[in-house]
Design a protein around this ligand. Sequence first.
Ligand code: PLP
Length: 470
Amino acid sequence: MNDDNSRLIADRFRNDPRVAQAKALLAETLREYSGSLTEVRSANPQLAEAYAVQLARLTEARGAAPYFPYIASGIGNGPWVELADGSVKLDFIGGIGVHGMGHSHEQMLDAAIDGALEDTVMQGNLQQNRPSIEICERLLAMANCCGSDLGHCLLSTSGAMANENALKIAFHARRPADRIIAFTNCFAGRSLALAALTDRPSYRSGLPETILVDYLPFYDPAKPGESTQAAVDRLQELLARYPGRHAAFWAEPIAGEGGYVAGSPEFFKTLLKPIREAGILTVFDEVQSFGRTTAPLAYQSFDLDRYVDIVTIGKITQVCATLYRKQLQPTAPILSQTFTGASASIATGQRMLDQLASAGCFGVDGRNQRNHDHFVSGLQSLAQRYPGQVQGPYGKGMMIALTPGDGSYETANRWVRELYDAGLICFLCGGNPYRIRFLPPPAITTPLHIDQAIAIIDRMLQTSTSTPAR
Ligand SMILES: Cc1ncc(COP(=O)(O)O)c(C=O)c1O
């Protein structure tokens, strides 16, 4: 049998030279158009009316105005995005950490076409194609590179669903334990159970309490010893009060919505020892932190590999996942979904993993760390020039933050809006104090992009009406 006949029709289709030609043509056309987007541009007055109508329609359809008047036109160039009003902005929030290659990247287009060439738009419980297997195996290999022992991977369409699956796995494995230990200020997603876990009362307003959660105070980098001791003391109190009742300890290695404050290896190790001894499972929520520190998973950068029982990932991976130890495989059919992800999400997720690696994002002197250092030195120089206006801690890796002025909601909100108008997209986090966060696309951000962001903040501070200092 000749070689060509032995291959699958699908492989012959994908390898048909016409597919490569079509992809090359699209990439060339994209380059031609997106290449001109390299700086901030103001809105086109001729598009103002149509844009206002679109915003009004969006507000009406979803029942609330979007936080930013952001409607993208459908093209960008790395961190630059063109909006439907003709403006061009430097997008350092990326849909809250999703667009790891920025906008309109050729590699994402190429991978999305691969996804579109699959026979179905979606993959799921009864519809698995080969890329589902590949991405699961890759994520497990990445997670297990340095001492973790995660045996299974379950894909899902949102970080919330990945976290719901993690909760189910943990409760099921430790039944009848019915409590979770988490950190104050944590955020885990928007389902009913995760609204109970998330430490934001307003996010569960009017919702029934579905799971029982006990909170530990998080690490304070300004008081490492004191804050670690406070967390350990509280943990001991909880373990004594509810023996055998905690199924899992839930942690974001770097508090995300909580304010971009990173834990430390010592802090986590001090807590994880008694947690393990008590038979409580450790779940790391890396939905926001994946791909942004010196290792694919932030827990790896903290040398916590051997402690992890379950980890959830999402956002930058384009498709979300719950990775867990083999021993935790549920013995009842509690995990299943019609959709585990779009074929294009799975294909672009795989390409994102390639690109994070090939861009050299990881390693102690990798791109993420170098860009972090560059960003922080820019913020520190602003802090010197505008005393009391720009304060740390400045986050970790490609999760950068600052406390603006007095750290009040009013100040932080005004900064975000003024920066948006000036062409830099960022967002709020924290609450006490409120902070400004940046999630630059790790695989393509350059020091020049960071300098452009710092210059916009600088101009905003020069012209802004008084920002009360802290
Ligand atoms: C740490 C963390 N966990 C979970 C989620 C929920 O993810 P999703 O919005 O995709 O459901 C988020 C979203 O911001 C997050 O930051």
